[in-house]
Design a protein around this ligand. Sequence first.
Ligand SMILES: Nc1ncnc2c1ncn2[C@@H]1O[C@H](COP(=O)(O)OP(=O)(O)OP(=O)(O)O)[C@@H](O)[C@H]1O
Length: 308
Amino acid sequence: MSPHPQPPAVEVSGLVKRYGSTVAVNGLDLTLPRGDVLALLGPNGAGKTTTVEVCEGFRQADGGTVRVLGLDPRSPALRPRIGVMPQGGGGYPGVRAEEMLRLVAACAANPLDPAWLLDVLGLNNVGRTPYKRLSGGQQQRLSLACALVGRPELVFLDEPTAGMDPQARRLVWELVTALKADGVSVLLTTHLMDEAEALADHVVIVDRGQVVAAGTPQELTALEDQQLRFRARPGLDLTLLIGALPEGMKVREASRGGYLVQGRIDPQVVSTVTSWCAQQGVLAEELTVAKRSLEDVFLDLTGRELRS
Ligand SMILES: Nc1ncnc2c1ncn2[C@@H]1O[C@H](COP(=O)(O)OP(=O)(O)OP(=O)(O)O)[C@@H](O)[C@H]1O
């Protein structure tokens, strides 16, 4: 064992942040180990950006402790070691794309080559275009280039693929995967379940400023939360089936003639369902067993209603 184990990339404990009477973050904990990717997921207004901004040192916490690479997030010593991609780009309207990236690169001790980075991000044709004339997706990519040009050990990406077309999104996914392969730690926020599932080692689901679930994508969509679906005649009386299944399992007609059994689905459960169908004289069609998706988990935990 190393005599001086490295502190985690980010360690947040009991974080509280208020804006006047609004409690944006209310006792939030998370840990991002070095070299891993952590996705903060949550509905609008859940407190994701506020959490990230405290970690970036842009906002002062009202309570709790935050350490970034083992340091206070407001420590000047952190600046050259972290990269920040804020929500919505954050560039000066009149500055040209390449000029903006070169300015940021000039602040770094050992920057990547800006021309190469523009090329990697598909921006070499718009190097002389003022920031305000770039499309939303191009602004996002330029902002990502600025976050990466200083070869950071840790990057914060706040909704990195918002407003991007599928090709640009794929490119960002590849970049995040390459960063991880290089040992860079990444903390990102996203609304996209497939993004979290594809990129993250750790997912933290936040709602109303608190963590409502945390784990690997696999843990969050674990076996206990499987679903068995089948189609049959609409309006079947499910009382006998519910009685025959292990306690705690949920059964309902989720859509007309579409039945859903939720819980730990083992071979015995499948047998019970098909036997019950036989007793009812119905054929269970399109019978499938599948894991719950991260989206199912997210919606179950945070509710299906739209947040303002
Ligand atoms: N500067 C601010 N002043 C006052 N209230 C704020 C400020 N920034 C955020 N809030 C409030 O704090 C809460 C958390 O906002 P935050 O932006 O952190 O959430 P979020 O999860 O990032 O949301 P989104 O997914 O919409 O970006 C919301 O109720 C928001 O209205």
